[in-house]
Design a protein around this ligand. Structure first.
Ligand code: NAD
Length: 321
């Protein structure tokens, strides 16, 4: 299949392109390189510089005749969503509407969308099943949930000339090789690792007892590619996580320990909680298991060491970003 990957020069998008190539597909990337990098785009991929806010640039990407679209492009930072909600809205919600309209206009019948666990907000049971009522508490989560509803409401329209089969993946905290070590706005594990490698203090917001569910990017990419032509995934919203809840304090201690450090020997700075912070987060992954036969395969202690080994090399010989 020819697969348009919006945001394919990003952290997750680059891994998706690699997994698509390994499965014999041809990825076509549309990315404005705002947080992505050409270094993430594997050879064998068609790269197009463009913005999902611009319908003409999306149309030019659809000229490459994709059979399916993986819509990953997004403003991925909760903090930035509070600093500039209009950009967040334009990229995450309007950008998704633009991609949907192109799918309809060109008769592309398969769309997979990068949604987020943040839409559950606070008060949800942990692990959280997809049936839990969304309660977004950040601007980012509002735009992701709105975009998800546009995706599924559009697919359900009775007046579409050709079918549109959609899947949204509510991804939990994705980590792994090639995550940006220099972006202090997104990816708590990559932020901590980058801090330690550069000898900077680690910043912990709130009391550090808020929890997250860390899932390795290779497991994520495998789920996306397996769902590409799997009718069981059509029309579905699916959590992708591990179900394992880990506090930010625990993450900090584990990361320090991997470098032979601890809280007594390293500078930790505590800050008040940030707007939009969730208290607990863990995925109920039974739906992914049932529909896709998907199971995360990389336990955090293994994935963590793989990531840190990669990060040590990446800081020594950085690829231009
Ligand atoms: P990333 O910042 O590395 O990737 C986003 C990509 O989209 C980048 O390559 C960026 O240049 C591109 N992009 C941004 N705005 C664009 C625009 N207007 N037009 C075209 N391209 C644009 O982040 P990521 O961690 O790889 O996240 C990918 C997607 O998954 C995002 O939509 C994010 O919201 C979502 N997501 C990420 C996580 C996570 O833990 N990383 C969890 C849930 C959902």
């Amino acid at each position: 299949m020819r697969v348009l990957v919006t945001g394919g020069a990003g952290f997750i998008g680059g891994h998706l392109c690699e997994a698509l190539l390994n499965a014999g597909h041809t990825p076509i990337v549309l990315d404005n390189l705002s947080t992505g990098s050409l270094a993430n785009v594997p050879s064998g991929t068609i790269f197009l510089h463009g913005d999902v806010r611009n319908p003409d640039e999306i149309s030019q990407a659809f000229d490459h005749a994709p059979d399916a679209v993986m819509h990953i492009a997004g403003q991925a930072s909760i903090r930035l969503s509070f600093l500039d909600p209009t950009v967040d809205l334009a990229v995450n919600t309007q950008g998704t509407i633009n991609v949907l309209q192109a799918c309809i206009a060109r008769g592309v019948s398969r769309l997979l969308f990068a949604s987020s666990m943040t839409i559950y907000g606070n008060g949800a049971p942990a692990p959280t099943p997809e049936t839990t009522a969304p309660n977004p508490v950040s601007y980012y989560a509002i735009t992701k949930y709105a975009a998800e509803r546009y995706v599924h409401t559009t697919a359900a329209r009775a007046d579409l000339v050709s079918p549109l089969n959609v899947t949204s993946f509510r991804m939990f905290n994705v980590y792994g090789e090639r995550q940006n070590l220099n972006n202090s706005y997104q990816g708590v594990f990559a932020i901590f690792t980058g801090n330690i490698l550069r000898g900077e203090p680690i910043n912990i917001h709130s009391d550090g007892e808020q929890s997250r569910d860390f899932v390795h990017v290779e497991d994520i990419a495998r789920a996306w590619v397996s769902a590409l032509d799997n009718p069981a995934a059509y029309g579905q919203v699916i959590n992708l996580g591990t179900g394992v809840e880990q506090s930010v304090n625990h993450l900090c201690d584990a990361t320090l320990a991997a470098f032979g450090l601890n809280r007594e020997t390293y500078s930790i700075v505590h800050h008040p909680s940030q707007p939009g912070d969730m208290r607990r987060s863990a995925a109920d992954i039974r739906r992914a298991q049932e529909l896709l036969g998907w199971q995360p395969t990389i336990p955090f202690d293994i994935g963590m060491m793989r990531f840190i080994d990669w990060a040590k090399q990446a800081i020594k010989s950085p690829t231009p970003r």
